[in-house]
Design a protein around this ligand. Structure first.
Ligand code: SF4
Length: 579
């Protein structure tokens, strides 16, 4: 991957593409690339939807190679939701396709002229950009149906739905999966709105005439990747739990731990949790025609945590909803029906919104009395309001914090304007530290302390006590920033945290791919470098330690059943970035 594609959307006569060598950005990929470009090229005080912001799309360093589970695609910009730097990543097939075509990044930049929408086509022959007003305001699934007869089903598509075109702060960027469905989403932080602000509806990537990227040392790479896959297969989470039940295996686990946010973070357990469990979800996928409980979001994933979810008559409903999606639309809203959650997941993907932000926003709207807790049909209607851009939909589409403000509520479970995911920070304090301090706004994937607090992976830190949480979160945030640069899926973390030989096999795979001699310390240094750039950007954008806090009510209102508050001190929170 030695070139960067820049698309100037403000060029005379319509967007223009130029390809340049990777230059100063050599050695960067995924989050490393998106962060460095935004840090160096985007003024921190710019408006996220203005001409100075850029949307950076980058495959990970290992994407497009035979490395297992390495097809993550990062998208970065200044976030319209948080005002901070943003990196959001997804699986799907596009990272591998871009990697095989040799693109280290695609950068959308400049000031959109007029209100035409464009589509971009990239293959081994070059780049074509065409006006595509016939695709305007199409939701993602309908968009893919329109593109199929033109490009076939072997291409990858990166697209926005209606929410992105309307520049909503909760909008996502969709990436197609191996079945050519727009099911994988760079969800967080309103990245779809930035793509919409550049007037680009979709990027079609055709790598069918290319070969997999070849390692510098093929034999060494093969052996390192073999050991790595062996490690993934032998760990209980990556080898059994995730392939069998998907991420939703966590519903019962978090409920048991008393950290399952229920009714807009009012309680830590949900009495109908069994109706939403990963076990039941897997049964449905196994027993229903067309269902598939074990499935990869891209080819070459040894974990295969995903699946295909059908209704009772065998009709496709959506991909297997993730734990965070099932929680945000399920227990958080008092909705106890997996099929209703599946319908909501489909609508989120179709309109192109973040399932976490959307579900938490519905929970806030329920608390405000817009609809009742437990009203599944009402929740479906609210997502339609967003997708169609009604006045109420525009409020909800601006996210949970704005919705709470519009209805005069204190209870907005957000940090830096971004909705908290599926773990209550009072009962899982390590994740609370991550929510508070990450450069991204509340984001579980930025430093997944749940692994150690609850699943006892990589050690054991009591989730209910404040001690040790800052250090835990710091170490995980550094490791995650590095991992997000590689293109490896975050879920490999369970195996590499617990099994030193699997961590070594991962580092060795990178070394054999690039002909390097990196050590574990170099991985840490890469993670720290990325976080420092992000932190520096945020500082220039006006964020200081006073923003690294949870909403005050989490320190004031105890959470049942443990009756705990968030009590990690501000001094501890401020120590997270002491490196
Ligand atoms: S583990 Fe799941 S999310 Fe990660 S790459 Fe594999 S299928 Fe995709």
């Amino acid at each position: 991957m030695d070139k960067i594609l820049r698309i100037d959307v403000g060029a005379q006569g319509g967007p223009k593409a130029t390809v340049e060598p990777v230059g100063d950005y050599a050695g960067m990929g995924g989050r490393g690339m998106t962060t460095m470009v935004v840090y160096k090229e985007v003024p921190a005080d710019c408006h996220p939807l203005g001409p100075e912001n850029k949307l950076v799309i980058s495959p990970g360093l290992m994407s497009g190679s035979a490395a297992s589970s390495s097809g993550r695609l990062s998208v970065g910009c200044k976030s319209p939701l948080t005002g901070t730097i943003k990196e959001s990543n997804a699986g799907g097939t596009a990272a591998q396709a871009l990697g095989r075509l040799g693109y280290a990044a695609v950068i959308l930049e400049g000031e959109r002229q007029g209100d035409d929408m464009y589509k971009v086509f990239i293959d081994d022959q070059g780049v074509k950009i065409e006006k595509a007003n016939e695709l305007k305001m199409l939701p993602n699934y309908e968009l893919i149906d329109k593109l199929k007869p033109v490009y076939g089903e072997k291409v990858s598509v990166i697209s926005i739905g209606t929410a992105g075109e309307m520049r909503f702060s909760n909008s996502s960027i969709a990436v197609t999966d191996p079945e050519f469905r727009p099911t994988r989403h760079c969800g967080r932080g309103g990245v779809g709105a930035v793509m919409g602000s550049k007037g680009i509806k979709c990027i079609v990537v055709d790598a069918s005439n290319t070969k997999m990227r070849q390692p510098a040392n093929p034999e060494g790479f093969k052996e390192a990747n073999r050991k790595f896959v062996e490690g993934l297969k032998q760990h209980a989470v990556t080898g059994q739990g995730l392939p069998t039940y998907g991420t939703n295996v966590l519903t019962n686990v978090l409920n048991e731990a008393g950290g399952y946010p229920t009714y807009n973070f009012r309680e830590g357990r949900y009495k109908h949790h069994q109706s939403l469990s990963g076990e039941l979800q897997a049964e449905n996928m196994k027993n229903r025609e067309g269902g598939q409980p074990t499935h990869g979001c891209h080819r070459g994933c040894a974990i295969q945590c995903s699946g295909i979810y059908t209704d009772k008559d065998g009709n496709y409903m959506t991909k297997q909803p993730e734990y965070e999606t099932v929680w945000s639309h399920g227990g958080n809203c008092g909705i106890d029906d997996l099929d209703v959650v599946a319908k909501l997941d489909y609508l989120d993907d179709n309109y192109g919104v973040d399932t976490i932000e959307m579900g938490v926003t519905i929970g806030v709207a329920m608390e405000a009395g817009v609809i009742e807790f437990g009203d599944g049909e009402g929740a479906i209607n609210l997502v339609h309001e967003v997708g169609k851009g009604t006045p109420l939909g525009r409020i909800l589409g601006a996210g949970a914090a704005t919705t709470a403000r519009c209805y005069g509520l204190e209870h907005a479970p957000v940090v830096k304007g971004q909705a908290m995911p599926a773990y209550d920070p009072r009962a899982v304090k390590g994740i609370g530290v991550t929510y508070a301090t990450t450069t991204q706004g509340a984001d579980h994937t930025a430093g997944y302390a749940v692994a150690t607090n609850i699943l006892k992976v990589g050690g054991d830190v009591d989730p209910l006590k404040p001690e040790g949480q800052a250090e835990l979160s710091r170490n995980l945030q550094v490791a995650t920033a590095a991992l997000d640069a590689t293109g490896y899926c975050l879920f490999i973390a369970f195996a590499i945290l617990d099994q030193p030989e699997t961590f070594n096999a991962m580092v060795d795979s990178i070394n054999q791919m690039y002909g390097l001699n990196m050590t574990g310390d170099d991985v840490v240094a890469l993670g720290q470098k990325i976080l420092k750039m992000e932190r520096e950007f945020n500082k220039k954008a006006g964020f200081g330690p006073e923003h690294d806090r949870l909403p005050r009510y989490f320190s004031r209102e105890p959470l049942a059943p443990h009756n705990v508050v968030f009590d990690v001190s501000n001094e501890e929170l401020d120590s997270v970035y002491n490196f």
